[in-house]
Write a protein that binds this ligand. Structure first.
Ligand code: ATP
Length: 254
């Protein structure tokens, strides 16, 4: 049985105001509940593609071609969690405001929902009783707050822009596990930007490989990693270390 995609990106082209093309002719689709990874080297256009889907291109960049059709709402988890939070406002208050405006509840109900979300994301109980500012939380805790904010918008698609890059590897794993279990529970689809092929392999059923603003190849994750059609994809695979751990473990590609 084929299902209708909830997101269709067709021939997306983005350019700087100077007319320099930054993303050329990118096409992919996403089904309900699916996880798609955008992988590739730094500067390959992954974040701009994600921002185009969100409808929030940075100043100086515009869509000059193609279409983006989405049947559901999207929200985004950015790379730098501290930068995404207001340093002068307690985190519970920030999350409560998002719930209040996006879920159109009373302030009291919004606070209850905000606290439930924070508990679901494994944040400490002390947030209930004491005002905590972003500067008083660890990087991993800030990222959990930012994920809670994105989920408070009840997105059909969660757009993740390297959400664990700024965190140490153990916290990275915890955050990835949290995102995976929330996705199973809430059923949102995901577009996940990362330059870490191992993370993408664990998380995504399909991958789009990008280089210098172009789509090099795309396809089902395990097929693409076992039999890459392009030398660039093979080069990305070869640059993943340490391979011995991947061969024996659950991230085996062969
Ligand atoms: N506001 C902007 N104005 C002009 N050029 C931009 C702007 N933002 C990004 N670019 C350029 O667009 C290209 C793609 O950038 P993008 O941030 O999408 O890459 P990326 O693949 O996400 O890289 P990274 O993994 O380092 O985040 C880069 O050459 C970048 O310099």
């Amino acid at each position: 049985m084929t299902t209708q995609p909830i997101l269709e990106v067709e021939s997306l082209t983005l350019a700087a105001k100077s007319q320099e093309k930054l993303v050329h002719n990118i096409s992919f689709s996403l089904e309900r509940g699916e996880s798609l990874g955008l992988v590739g080297e730094s500067g390959s256009g992954k974040s701009l593609t994600l921002r185009a889907i969100l409808g929030l291109l940075p100043r100086g960049v515009e869509q000059t071609g193609g279409t983006i059709r989405s049947k559901v709402s999207s929200s985004m988890v950015f790379q730098d969690p501290r930068g995404a939070l207001d340093p002068l406002c307690p985190v519970v208050k920030q999350l409560t405001e998002v719930v209040y405006y996006r879920q159109k509840t009373t302030h009291k109900a919004a606070r209850t929902i905000a606290l439930e979300l924070l508990e679901r994301l494994g944040l400490p109980d002390s947030l209930r009783t004491k005002d905590r500012y972003p500067g008083q939380l660890s990087g991993g805790q800030c990222q959990r707050v930012v994920i809670a904010m994105a989920l408070a918008c009840k997105p059909g698609i969660l757009l993740c822009d390297e959400p664990t890059t700024a965190l140490d590897v153990t916290v990275q794993q915890q955050i990835m596990d949290t995102i995976t279990s929330l996705q199973r529970e809430l059923g949102f689809a995901m577009v996940f930007v990362t330059h870490n092929l191992a993370i993408a392999a664990n998380l995504c059923s399909r991958l789009v490989v990008m280089k210098q603003g172009r789509m090099i190849e795309h396809g089902e994750t395990h097929r693409l990693l076992r039999q890459p059609a392009e030398a660039y994809t093979q080069m990305l695979i070869d640059s993943v270390l340490p391979l011995p751990e991947l061969e024996g473990g659950r991230t085996s590609w062969n």
